[in-house]
Design a protein around this ligand. Structure first.
Ligand SMILES: *Cc1c(COP(=O)(O)O)cnc(C)c1O
Length: 387
């Protein structure tokens, strides 16, 4: 039943109102505890209401909450410097959502193409891609359900199959400015590009003189056990976008690029809240915490543990493959029972997500404990056994 209220309908929500969160746990108005392995879609990288975020918000709100994107503020400069140092990219533009960061990447690639590659404007993208919900990023996405929605789409995107280097090579022509991809396609059901493909694509784009744009909005900021996913393949993109986990729950995203790609002139790009000191102060505290080698090593270890336990469960119940890296994992089910399993898990007070009818996705807080992983698996086993 849809609750009667004044919210515009966009999705069917269960009739639960959450009032409090703490780490891996959410509490409803009656005080029931729910184990959260969705975490705002991989957003709450440090769990619910973490001390680090609360302290950064409190301290910065005492100093200054908003300046104006037309002036410098301290946290925006500090966070940009930290991200540049960690990524090896040179410059950062802050945004409020992943889609907005990707819009910025698309604009930057088009402007770069118009100036440095004789008017090239096309962007090669991939089947099943997800880059956000603005009109341009929906057009860049390859979600089959969006095919006929909000027509006409923004033109200029050329789509190719995943992990097919010769198809990518054929798609790149004189009008191509960039190739854009998520190293692991999260919304598609945690579907990874191979490291060989990523290395091949890095070489190919370099050779043909087009930009490699990585959308690390879901895979970045420690999610896969490295600060950025591209480290697994030993490559570096020309342009990268970050979002979700970078704000650990506050709206923050970023567009990063190599120095010679940064071709925006005054007035080309902006936004009212961009680089807001309250959000960038949180981002700085979050990125400092997650980039600690010991923190990332824990993500990797706990990711391996969760994957191993999911594989054991899959074997026991005769389910399919376990995919992904770090704490971004999916379990393939035998039948199209994903939403039924999600419902059965919710009835047992476990929050999980089914990005596809046949797949479950796990994206817990990066500081989830072994005990919470074990509890999740116990509930999941019980929920799946019904189908
Ligand atoms: C979530 C996501 C986006 C969109 O981010 P929003 O903050 O929802 O606009 C874009 N790309 C990827 C890979 C994502 O996972």
């Amino acid at each position: 039943m849809q609750a009667r209220d004044s919210l515009m309908f966009i999705t069917q929500r269960p009739d639960i109102t959450f009032v409090r969160g703490d780490g891996s746990w959410l509490y409803d108005a009656e005080g029931h505890a729910y184990l959260d392995f969705v975490q705002g879609w991989a957003v709450n990288s440090l769990g619910h209401s973490p001390r680090i975020v609360r302290e950064a918000l409190a301290a910065q709100s005492e100093r200054v909450i908003n300046v104006s994107p037309a002036y410098y503020n301290e946290p925006m400069r500090r966070l940009a410097g930290l991200l540049a140092r960690l990524s090896g990219l040179d410059r950062v533009f802050f945004a409020n959502s992943g889609a907005e960061a990707n819009e910025g990447a698309i604009k930057l690639a088009r402007k770069w193409g118009s100036m440095k590659r004789a008017g090239a404007y096309q962007i090669v993208v991939f089947e099943d891609a997800f880059h956000g919900r603005t009109l341009a990023t929906m057009s860049a996405s390859g979600k089959p359900q969006w095919q006929d929605l909000y027509e006409p789409k923004v033109s200029g995107f050329v789509r190719v199959p995943r992990n097919d280097l010769s198809a990518a090579r054929r798609a790149i022509g004189p009008n191509t400015a960039a190739v854009m991809l998520e190293p692991i396609q999260g919304e598609a059901g945690v579907v990874p590009f191979s490291n060989e493909f990523l290395r091949g694509l890095r070489e190919l784009t370099g050779e043909l003189g087009v930009l490699l744009v990585l959308d690390e909005i879901q895979t970045g900021i420690g999610r896969t056990g490295r600060m950025f996913h591209f480290e697994h393949a030993g490559i570096r993109p020309d342009v990268m976008t970050l979002g979700k986990g970078i704000g650990a729950g506050v709206p923050l995203a970023a567009l990063l690029a190599r120095e010679d790609v940064c071709v925006f002139e005054a007035g080309d790009q902006g936004g009212t809240f961009n680089g807001n000191p309250l959000m960038t102060a949180v981002g700085y505290a979050v990125v400092q915490e997650i980039s600690r080698p010991a923190f990332l090593a824990d993500v990797e270890r706990n990711g391996e543990y969760l994957a191993a336990r999911l594989r054991a469960l899959s074997e026991e119940l005769g389910l399919g493959e376990v995919r992904g890296q770090g704490l971004l994992l999916a379990l393939e089910l035998r039948h199209e029972v994903g939403s039924k399993v999600v419902e059965a898990a919710l009835a047992r007070r476990l929050l999980i997500n089914a990005p596809r009818p046949t797949a479950l996705r796990f994206m817990p807080a990066l500081n989830v404990t072994r005990d919470e992983i074990d509890q999740m698996l116990g509930i999941l086993r019980d929920a799946i056994s019904n189908f």
